[in-house]
Design a protein around this ligand. Structure first.
Ligand code: ASP
Length: 310
């Protein structure tokens, strides 16, 4: 069997070693492990990269620990508006949704946009109409509630500030989730899902659902999922730039990923990280913050679950 690889993330941000209790750390690692396992099992049994990415992201969305699906951050109006996207590196087909509410797994709705519509990106009311057409069950607001997210919102409520879910206070949780995969047929895929930023307003949309900014996959080069201050990832068109550095400048995945996160993004003023896999199954997971929830597994024996640097 050809090499298979999978990497996932649960957000990057200001997380310092020792800030979390060992119990909390184990909880995060357990969810990461099970999300990694779920996608990897699919790859092992011949499933596609798209299937594996959706399965891993769904598992992360279903955990209240991460800022995606259940546990999404609060908007300035006290709601949960979620964004997600998925891309198939073989065909360059892509699907994305933004500002959806009540959807348990926005990544699945994004996949449905890719596979069951002639469009790439559906937003807000229109995305909800599409979900209704496909008979999606809608969860009520309670399903998405998480006490810590609520407290983070209380600190910003009534102000014009908006924050990454993890930078609002010390005892903070990271959030946005993503997965990238190489399947046994040599196809790549990337998926990203998020609740966005705490106290966001005016229909703010970040990089996560934007193909080329927070998410991208192309069999020629790599599959990428980003996390961090979305506005900067949009300005830097980070996910596509990674692919371009590989395609047009022949940089390795690792070198291109480091250049983007440690140099270009920092120069723009942005913080965050990304996970990426190339067509050979190599994985890069750079970040310029204190930590990034991340995990990876490949058929050559690589298996890692980490939160902090090194
Ligand atoms: N990139 C996401 C956004 O700006 C947030 C995050 O990664 O935590 O919506």
């Amino acid at each position: 069997m050809k090499k298979i690889s999978l990497a996932i993330h649960g957000g990057a941000g200001t997380l310092v070693r020792g800030m979390m209790t060992p119990e909390k750390e184990s909880l995060y690692k357990a969810v990461l492990e099970s999300a990694l396992h779920r996608g990897y099992m699919l790859l092992e049994s011949g499933g596609s990269a798209v299937q594996a990415v959706e399965a891993s992201v769904k598992e992360l969305e279903d955990s209240h620990l991460f800022n995606a699906g259940k546990g999404s951050v609060f908007t300035s109006e006290g709601k949960h508006e979620m964004d997600a996207s998925i891309m198939d590196g073989k065909t360059l087909n892509a699907g994305a949704v933004s500002l959806v509410t009540g959807i348990k797994n926005p990544i699945s709705l994004a996949r449905d946009v890719m596979e069951k519509s002639d469009h790439v990106f559906l937003a807000s009311k229109g995305a909800m109409q599409f979900a209704e057409k496909l008979k999606y069950h809608l969860e009520d607001e309670k399903y998405f509630y998480d006490e810590l997210r609520f407290q983070q919102w209380q600190q910003l409520r009534g102000t014009e500030s908006f924050k990454l879910d993890h930078s609002a206070n010390k005892d903070s949780k990271f959030g946005t989730v993503g997965a990238v995969a190489l399947d046994s047929d040599g196809n790549l895929s990337a998926g990203t899902s998020t609740g966005g930023m705490t106290n966001k307003q005016f229909g703010r949309v970040g990089d996560s659902p934007m193909i080329g900014a927070g998410n991208y996959a192309n069999n020629k080069t790599c599959a990428v999922s980003c996390t961090g201050s979305g506005e900067y990832f949009i300005k830097g068109v980070v996910a596509y730039d990674l692919s371009c550095l590989m395609e047009y400048k022949n940089l390795s995945l690792q070198d291109a990923a480091e250049e983007l996160i440690q140099n270009r993004l920092l120069k723009l003023g942005g913080d965050g990280g990304l996970i990426a896999v190339d067509a050979l199954g190599n994985i890069a997971m750079p970040f310029n913050t204190e930590g990034m929830y991340r995990a990876r597994k490949s058929s050559d024996g690589v298996n890692q679950i980490s939160i902090y640097k090194n």
